[in-house]
Design a protein around this ligand. Structure first.
Ligand SMILES: [Zn+2]
Length: 459
């Protein structure tokens, strides 16, 4: 494939030809969820966008030559507060939230990353980085805390293009007495009794959020790697501070060569917020009749998301979901009629994707292929976007009329039994069989017994 991958780099504010440090080991890190609450639809955007990037890199460099790391933040003050609020243990909260998150991303048809490191498994690595930063003169301990000494880094602020003077002038927060400089940020802080904590050279405490990503990306991808991604809201302070920590600990000019950020998401023309009542989680979209009065397939969400270029803001509307659904129905109808084998990858489609992940352009190529009745090429290209993996029969409205309810119940029982036996391969297989029959499954925990229960409907 001759197409050259071009990516917009937030660090240089330019579109650049992508050249991996080692083409046999292309390395991608994306900031993952803080598991204190269900992921909302804004969180779904980086999941889907960077999944498409991951699939494209695998196509260009070979499956075995791409390593994708997306972390799980399971130590954070938001987690402590939420667990206390709900009267459950931190572990119960993070495990439960992570289980829902994993189900959400798989329903969105995102490939699992190669590694999903958890912050709490990397505490010793975090302590190691803090020790290096103190030894290098970039951090100091004070009053049970360790702080990053921001003025010690000459080019701090390079990613967000803010000068230290501007930042200090704009800061309205009261400065804690243990800080030397106003912008100095926490690497390590003391834990009170009852709060999660670990022994460290600075006493019993826990890491700051930024430090977690520096430790996990270093452990799994090295001191300098190819691409770091996340939402645009993470540029400052999170990514700026990750860069400061990693570069000052290991002494390189960059942490990652390319920094990619997806744009904001709003809902029906308004900023999404709990107070406006337009806050919608992935789980609600997929399983509840909340958005537009109905539940939606994960694939519909995915196509609706990819219709906008990842750097543009996106307006999440019922209308856009309906349009995406109609498109998928048309495409699946073509697959049903033609029963294609995956064909060659259309060049114009790959070129669009290589043009800084121009997914709207790639989707218009899919429309062209569908219009020309080229089912083989449509299937192959759509699969690269994580689309059209479903059984076309599941999209056949007529097929759902004659579902054998007794057979469905029997398969659901079998699936629950497989789950209890922790045979997840089998339970996933049975789920696919049921979905293929046109059945929509809804899993919920019985509040009294704590057992998982499944209800279903014709989907
Ligand atoms: Zn991060």
């Amino acid at each position: 494939m001759a197409a050259v991958l071009k990516l917009y780099n937030t660090l240089t504010r330019e579109r650049e030809n992508f050249a991996p440090i080692d083409p046999s080991r292309v390395r991608l890190y994306v900031c993952g969820p803080t598991v204190y609450d269900f992921a909302h639809i804004g969180n779904a955007r980086p999941l889907i966008v960077f999944d498409v990037l991951y699939r494209l890199l695998r196509e260009l460099y070979g499956r075995k030559h791409v390593k994708y790391v997306r972390n799980i933040t399971d130590v954070d003050d938001k987690i402590n507060a939420r667990a206390a609020e709900r009267g459950i243990s931190i572990r119960e909260l993070t495990e439960g939230t992570n289980a829902v998150f994993q189900r959400d991303v798989s329903d969105l048809n995102c490939l699992p990353p190669d590694v999903q490191p958890r912050a709490t498994d990397h505490i010793s690595e975090m302590i190691g980085i803090v020790e290096r930063l103190i030894a290098n003169g970039h951090a100091y301990a004070a009053d049970g805390h360790v702080l990053f000494d921001v003025p010690s880094m000459a080019d701090y602020g390079k990613l967000s293009r803010r000068s230290l003077d501007d930042m200090v002038a704009g800061a309205r927060v009261e400065v804690a007495p243990y800080k030397k400089g106003e912008m100095d940020f926490v690497l390590w802080k003391p834990s009170k009794e009852g709060e999660p904590g670990w022994d460290s050279p600075w006493g019993f405490g826990r890491p700051g959020w930024h430090l977690e990503c520096s430790a996990m990306s270093h452990k799994h991808l090295g001191e300098v790697f190819d691409i770091h991604g996340g939402g645009i809201d993470l540029v400052f302070p999170h990514h700026e501070n990750e860069i400061a920590q990693t570069r000052c600990a290991f002494g390189h000019d960059v942490m990652a060569n390319v920094w990619m950020h997806n744009g904001f998401l709003q809902v029906e023309g308004e900023k999404m917020s709990k107070s406006l009542g337009n806050f919608v989680t992935i789980h609600e979209l997929l399983h509840e009749e909340k958005f537009g009065g109905r539940a939606w397939k994960g694939e519909v969400l995915r196509l609706a998301m990819l219709r906008s270029h990842y750097r543009q803001p996106i307006d999440w509307t019922v209308k856009a979901l309906e349009e995406a659904e109609k498109t998928l129905q048309r495409w699946y109808a073509l697959l049903r009629d033609k029963k294609p084998a995956a064909g060659a990858l259309a060049e114009a489609f790959v070129e669009a994707l290589c043009d800084d992940l121009n997914t709207p352009g790639a989707i218009s190529e899919l429309h062209q292929l569908a219009k020309a009745g080229e089912a083989d090429a449509l299937l192959r290209a759509a699969n690269l976007l994580g689309l059209l993996h479903d059984d076309p029969a599941a999209w056949d409205a007529k097929a759902s009329a004659d579902i054998d309810a007794a057979e469905v119940e029997r398969l659901i029982e079998e699936r629950l039994a497989a789950r209890r036996a922790k045979n997840f391969a089998e339970s996933d297989r049975l789920r696919d069989v049921l979905v293929g029959m046109g059945v929509k499954l809804m899993d919920a925990k019985n509040k009294q017994t704590g057992e998982l229960e499944t209800t279903w409907e014709v989907g």
